[in-house]
Every structure is written in structure tokens, then in C-alpha cells.
Design a protein around this ligand. Structure first.
Ligand code: SME
Length: 146
């Protein structure tokens, strides 16, 4: 199955899985597992906005940093700019926060509701240059279901 078909499967499974009667944490927990099942990257998870900080939310993968200030790292930059960040080589990203020495590339998508970022979806890969515009397009669609 090619990447596009995997994303189409992931999107339809996500639509069926998301339960609007429960809070974001429950849906983020299932979504992080579902994404990791389709795309077994090094780390897949959410950070949630709390005041001036992103706080670690549901994830799949190794233990991670628990808080990230506004504007810091790839996640904080995503929050600040409200735009998806694709980083081909995290070692060249100014201020990258290395939660795992094994991560080499990363994509972070802002979760926006009523024009405000309430969380970010972060995916880390052990390979360089893993993520493309295709990933951005489908992951932004997936996040819009939250
Ligand atoms: N690398 C991220 C931190 C989160 S971890 O990758 C799970 C960053 O620079 O914001």
C-alpha cells in the first residue's frame, strides 16, 4: 500500500474513532495510537497548550520532555506561527529540543479551534527528510476532525 492509501485508511479510521462526547485527551490518546499503527515512526504524540507552555499529552514512543515554552523548539515555533513545521534535519533547526537522541527529522502540526492553537501533533523520525507536503496535507486534515 502506498503512502497516500495509508493516509486515506488513517483518515477514515480517525473519523470513525473520534468521539465528540469526550474530551480532547481521550481522542488524542486513540489518535496517537492509530497514527503510530499506520506509520510506525519513532515518536507520535500531542502537546497541549496550558497558559504559556505546551504540556506533554497522549503519545506513543519513548519518554519525552514534559513542557515546552511558547516559541521554543519545533513545537513552540508551530504554536507561535500557527503553521505546520517540516524539519528535514532537526540538528540544523535553531533551538530544537532533543527529547530523544534518535530523532533526525520531524513534523509538527498545529491543532486550531476558533482561531486558537490548543495543541500540536508532533511526529519524529529516526531518518532524515522523512516528511513531505503529502504528510502535511493529510495530517492537517486528520487534525481538523478533533
Ligand atoms: N523536538 C521537539 C520536542 C518534542 S519531542 O520531539 C517529542 C521540539 O523541538 O519542539
Amino acid at each position: 500500500m502506498d503512502t497516500k492509501d495509508k493516509y486515506l485508511n488513517l483518515l477514515s479510521a480517525s473519523k470513525a474513532l473520534i468521539d465528540k462526547s469526550v474530551d480532547d485527551v481521550a481522542n488524542m490518546a486513540n489518535l496517537s495510537k492509530l497514527i503510530a499503527e499506520h506509520f510506525p515512526h519513532h515518536w507520535v504524540g500531542f502537546y497541549r497548550v496550558s497558559g504559556e507552555t505546551l504540556i506533554l499529552g497522549p503519545f506513543q514512543g519513548p519518554i519525552a520532555c514534559t513542557s515546552i515554552p511558547f516559541g521554543k523548539g519545533v513545537c513552540g515555533k508551530t504554536w507561535e506561527t500557527q503553521t505546520t513545521q517540516i524539519v528535514d534535519d532537526v540538528h540544523k533547526f535553531p533551538g530544537h529540543i532533543a527529547c530523544s537522541a534518535l530523532s533526525n527529522s520531524e513534523i509538527v502540526i498545529p491543532c486550531i479551534r476558533d482561531k486558537n492553537v490548543f495543541a500540536v501533533l508532533d511526529i519524529d523520525s529516526t531518518d532524515f527528510g522523512t516528511f513531505s507536503q503529502l504528510d502535511k496535507e493529510y495530517l492537517e486534515e486528520l487534525i481538523s476532525y478533533l
